[in-house]
Ligand binder design. Sequence first.
Ligand SMILES: O=P(O)(O)OC[C@H]1O[C@](O)(CO)[C@@H](O)[C@@H]1O
Length: 557
Amino acid sequence: MPSKNNSKPSLTDLPAFEALEDHYNLINQLNMRHLFATDEKRGEKYSIKHKSLLLDYSKNRIVDETIPLLCDLAREVNLESWRDRMFAGDKINNTENRAVLHTALRNETNQPIYVDGEDIMPKINATIDKMEVFANKIRKGTWKGFSNRTITDIVNIGIGGSDLGPKMVYNALKPYHHKNLTVHFVSNVDGAHIDDILEDIDPETTLFIVSSKTFTTQETITNAHIARKWLLKSDAKEQDVSKHFVAVSTNIEEATKFGIDADNMFEFWDWVGGRYSLWSAIGLSIVLSVGMENFKKMLSGAHSMDEHFKETPLEENMPVIMGLLGVWYNNFFGAESHGIFPYDHYLRDLTFYLEQADMESNGKSVDRNGKKVDYATGPIIWGTSGINGQHAFYQAIHQGTQMIPSDFIVSILTHSSHQDQHDIMMANALAQTEALMKGRTLDETYSDFVESKVKLENVEDRIHHMVFEGNNPTNTLLLTKLTPRSLGMLIALYEHKIFVQGIIWNLNSFDQWGVELGKKLTKNILAEFGQPDPVTNHDSSTNSLINYYKSVVYGQD
Ligand SMILES: O=P(O)(O)OC[C@H]1O[C@](O)(CO)[C@@H](O)[C@@H]1O
């Protein structure tokens, strides 16, 4: 058994962490209501603007000393040097010996970035050019299917990072879609998912993109084979497959084995993590839909957030502040989850995307040296469209026993023609963060009744149910308008927030070993479904569940 390098002190032993503990003990009972009442400038003071993105973090349980102390912690763990190493292409993904360079994919400056002595910018640019040429053919209708018809439907087959990012962006950029192209996303290995889509499309006018970093993911490869068979059940012949299938992968060998032409392959590289890959060729479905010009605007927005992250002092740095506030609640207040609530219909998939981005990155319990941590790491990320959440789970945020820090994300200008509806949504978002911060005291609850003149039976018994403690932390992120550029900024903001937290927690945020064991056991169980005898080699629960399944489906006892 190899020994672990335990020489580095734990996060909780660092002087800056201990200073934060003392600070927490001093201020954790303070109420934000009081803090707002005693500082008229609080809202303005605790906000950061970067281009069209405004972060108001004033409704957090902080005082003037808090952010500097959190920044001391960031400095003590060398956040700035880790950040610079990431941008420079150092192999900071130590368990896979890989660089972490999704930022290179949006490196507008085109300054060389080296991996193993090779400048990677020329190959990034070549792939972008290849994507553009291909996308233009589809978008202009010059690429023809086997029966000489133009393509009207794109099906992206992928899962995890090869699905969530492109799907989230596709939905977010609806106003920029090509009018004659619809993109569908298949991820689930449940045949019902692909069936639902195949039912609505025509093999003569459909293009499949098989998107898989590894090209070995069971769900994706299974779905890709189903799609291929479906195509060949029409009048299409083997030689027509290349007109209807393209691949996006780092594994050219496997994609070739699947039967995809080299001309129809769009490459990316092992220094792009799956959940950070929407900026790469994995974004092909986005380019097909919104065009390369808009895709480049999204890259440019992300690049501007990269520059902000690299160049702004920690105390005014948006991703740093968001990351550190998360650490404040996680490690000091004991919050276990973090809510993401977009108040924008087009951003409805953002939370799902961030669940993977955040939890696959920082949901870890050993540090980058393999040592078990003795502090909390990545929180549970959850949420949905805010306005829907209000009528579902906000009850628990307002009056439950758990602290749930959350982000409210709102676009000021709407793409919709219904300004009155947009006003309602905006007012709701602002009202929620105000209510979460302020709460409503017992006295105020009484006065509200008196004012409203509502006669309630047994007010005395009920009144306590109507009190809101408040003091619930929120961030408000305002986008001037949801555009390719502001979307790029927003996504990069969260990527860097996750990075900041990973560094504080001393994690490798760029591997995902936690997904492997389940994949391995799936293979064993799948093989056992085909065996005639009952299985006995698992625990008694798994044995009986497998045997029950086999008896119902295959009639085996
Ligand atoms: O793009 P691939 O290699 O098919 O992987 C899909 C997803 O599966 C994972 O490896 C998890 O199993 C994710 O990290 C990744 O985004």
